[in-house]
Write a protein that binds this ligand. Sequence first.
Ligand code: MEV
Length: 350
Amino acid sequence: MPIASTTGHGSAPGKVILLGEHAVVYGRTAVAVALDRHVRVNIVSAVSCDEAKTAPRRDCGEGSTWESAPFPVTLFAPIESEPSPELQRLRKALACAAGYLRLDPSPLALSVDTDLPMAVGLGSSAALSVALVRALAAVAAFELDDTSVCNAALEVEKLFHGYPSGIDNTVATFGGMLAFKRGQPHRQLNAACALPLVVAVGRLPRQTQAGVLNLRGRWQREPDRYEGWFDEIDWLAGTAEGAIANGHLGKLGGLMNSNHRLLQQLGVSTPELDSMVDLARAHGALGAKLTGGGGGGAVICLCPDSRDELIRAFAAAGWNAFTTDLHPALRGEHAGNLPAPSRDYRDLRA
Ligand code: MEV
């Protein structure tokens, strides 16, 4: 298929899973919300753009990887650059998405910008996948509906995660707040109010692929025990839908706490994540839990009254944190036009 345009842009938001990660891989329901932070991809058709061939490579420095990149980060992948590991992954992702859309990736160069913390369970790889597909579609002048974008992005996600349930690329594509169950159409949820969260980022990156694979091994050895825990998580997620619809934040917080306990039992939390959750509860959070793959990554804390105090407590203990108000109205690409978040966690670094 020929390339129709010289440039294409795509963006997609990160996400938090409020309840139900890991169990969602086993057919249970999870509830997730788009964040007001994004990954943006620009694609240049280098056939007609000499700049793309000669532009200096801007990346995150020697020895760093895409996964560990600080943010905001701009990766520029001109055709003739030396392939570092993160650029190799980006190129693989580009080739995969282009292949899915039957496009020739060879004349294309891309850059990526993001204000989303990477590799901490906030959906950065899915946001990258969706933004990439959208940018490619723009370059090729394809009219892709959101379902096609979501399906293409799932193929790219498999490069990053091996066995994704599909929840991350679904939130990155459609935005808003949704309930997701594998093999069924997702349901957009309404909330009585915005959910006042603090997101705190641990020192270790999340380990989604390893976490999912190791959990699978434990589940195969003791299926009844793990199925029981997945059912409990499913119940928590279903009950949370009602709490969100009615604005019962205290109840929602309790459900998040119970979900974290079950994630500990599944073996996907870490001592660091547990300490962060304890700190959040001691500083007024109604509920706190790890979010995403675990094994590292981030925690979310539902905290209507004392967010500044909690942010300061995280900073004093050496953890970066930021506030966000999750709202069902934050939709996919359009959320990119919203004002910047009120507090930027880079400001809180020592
Ligand atoms: C990762 O954000 C969520 C997991 O449930 C994996 C998946 O659903 O693909 C851990």
